[in-house]
Design a protein around this ligand. Structure first.
Ligand code: FE2
Ligand code: FE2
Length: 370
């Protein structure tokens, strides 16, 4: 079915064109590269996987409760609207929310693919081009998987959120080569990764859990790349240049915190925008969720050397300053472990099933011949 028919809201033009600026760069130096980057490139090649095969698409999903979301986690919970809703209305609302959330993941993954390709084009060094080429492929696979999940299992798609789109546009239009890294690899991917992790760790539904765990295994490499490249580069920048980047980060963080809440879902249910915003502001659950969304961004920003006074103050105001001390390497190592453990568990079950099947076949054979 064409995606157009699945949109819960008119998405506008099917093609979004962002004019490119800056140069495409070639390097004629083929045999020198930074060891850490080349090792990451090697890992990127070794760890490719195919979502058509690795994910068990036969698992069923209830489109009216795809993630097993508890009532308290729904924005409308505890409001007069919720009290008036029938069970089928609530199912419909859950479907819209899951669709909205995974649609933003899908559009974000496409954005990540385009940004990674932009980095291939514009970054001056060949080692970074090589690595980014593997990431471009990773992001293509992620977009493919979220797209399949939405088409086959949810049956509904939301357009990209306006603010996510404008952040993506700013990131791509900027001619400074580090901006796609900062906007995409650090901000948008950092936010997405935290959201993936919260759902991965709380959902009891096997299909979304597999999808998120496997995708997060790749994202650990992407964050590592952004950190390496930017940490080196930001050491050479002047104070004024660093402040510009910090302003971009502050603005981007507020935008993502305040404007990426799925208010358009509630509007779709006939709730006025101002009221919908108030509900999402007052929900205890969402407040915690919004803070946790920064668990990957804050330590990363600090690590790459964007840690001036104004930025620190912004994080204090947002209540996420302490997250700067969390151990990013540990979080990434855990993401990889969780995916590997999930594989091991699934293959152990398959192996048991295979053994039982063989045993039954042997017994059947014995019965027939004996
Ligand atoms: Fe991705
Ligand atoms: Fe990524």
């Amino acid at each position: 079915m064409s995606t157009h028919e699945l949109y819960a809201k008119e998405p506008g033009e099917t093609l979004w064109q962002v004019p490119a600026s800056g140069a495409a760069r070639f390097s004629w130096e083929y045999d020198e590269g930074r060891d850490r980057l080349l090792a990451l490139y090697q890992k990127g090649k070794d760890k490719q996987w195919d979502g058509q095969k690795r994910i068990d698409w036969d698992l069923e999903v209830d489109p009216y409760d795809p993630l097993g979301t508890p009532d308290e986690a729904v924005t409308l919970y505890g409001t007069p609207y919720w009290a008036r809703m029938t069970d089928s209305d609530k199912g419909e609302l859950r479907k819209h929310y899951a669709s909205w959330q995974f649609s933003q993941f899908l559009h974000g993954e496409q954005g990540a693919m385009v940004c990674a390709a932009r980095i291939v084009e514009s970054v001056p060094d060949l080692d970074a081009k090589f690595y980014s080429a593997t990431q471009t492929m990773d992001e293509a696979r992620h977009a493919e998987i979220y797209g399949r999940f939405l088409h086959e299992k949810i049956g509904m798609v939301y357009p990209i959120n306006d603010n996510l789109q404008s952040l993506l546009g700013d990131t791509l239009r900027d001619s400074r080569w580090d901006m796609p890294y900062l906007g995409m690899q650090v901000l948008i991917e950092g936010l997405a990764l935290a959201a993936f992790g919260m759902i991965r760790d709380t959902t009891d539904k096997p299909l979304p859990k597999q999808i998120l765990a496997y995708i997060m295994q790749d994202e650990a490499r992407h964050v590592a790349f952004g950190r390496m490249a930017l940490r080196d580069y930001y050491k050479q920048l002047t104070d004024a240049e660093l402040r510009e980047r910090e302003e971009f980060v502050i603005e981007g963080c507020y935008l993502m915190r305040d404007r990426l809440r799925g208010v358009e879902v509630l509007e779709n249910f006939g709730i006025p925008k101002a009221e919908a915003e108030e509900f999402s502001e007052n929900s205890e659950f969402l407040r915690l969720f919004r803070q946790l969304l920064f668990s990957r961004i804050v330590p990363c920003v600090k690590d790459i050397g964007l840690w001036g006074k104004r930025l620190q103050q912004a994080y204090v105001d947002m209540g996420v300053f302490e997250m700067g001390d969390s151990n990013l390497d540990l979080l990434m190592a855990q993401d990889e472990e969780i995916a590997e453990k999930l594989d091991a568990e699934r293959f152990a079950v398959e192996e048991r099933e295979r053994v039982t099947e063989v045993r039954e076949a042997v017994e059947e054979g014995r019965r027939l011949t004996g």
